[in-house]
Ligand binder design. Structure first.
Ligand code: NI
Length: 141
């Protein structure tokens, strides 16, 4: 422990072992979301082994896509998220979770501004197999 930062947050400093400083500082999801001005542009707030915890602000229709390699976890924080799939459409209210199975075509959309937490492998691209103008770079904060 050299700089005292982790000590102030009351957390163990594992940055030496990991070779970086990820996950050392406490994060506040509401603060991160309030700093986001674009829709469909996720921010990675934590890295858990090979997975990202991402938060995103959405409104309107997203690109219909699938993730060939992985399932995708959704937790709605505020608003209402609908996910259209071939066989069904789910409607997710705050507190609702849902897992889109790997390989399944899905199109998220939200009539009003909605905030969502995602949990998925760090290599996951938001538009999966269907690049579009909404494809976002991975942004770790
Ligand atoms: Ni997806």
């Amino acid at each position: 422990m050299t700089d005292g930062t982790a000590w102030q947050h009351g957390l163990m400093d594992s940055s030496d072992a990991r070779g970086d400083a990820r996950n050392v500082d406490a994060r506040n999801v509401d603060a991160v979301l309030s700093s986001i001005t674009e829709h469909w542009s996720p921010r990675t707030v934590a890295v858990v082994n090979d997975y990202d915890v991402r938060v995103v602000k959405v409104q309107g229709e997203f690109t219909r896509h699938r993730h060939v390699e992985t399932d995708e976890f959704f937790l709605v924080l505020s608003g209402c998220l609908r996910i259209r799939m071939d066989e069904a459409e789910v409607v997710l209210q705050p507190g609702d979770t849902y897992v889109v199975q790997r390989g399944l075509l899905h199109q998220p959309y939200a009539e009003t501004e909605t905030t969502v937490l995602l949990f998925e492998p760090s290599a996951t691209v938001n538009t999966g197999d269907t690049p579009s103008e909404l494809t976002a770079e991975r942004r770790v904060i």
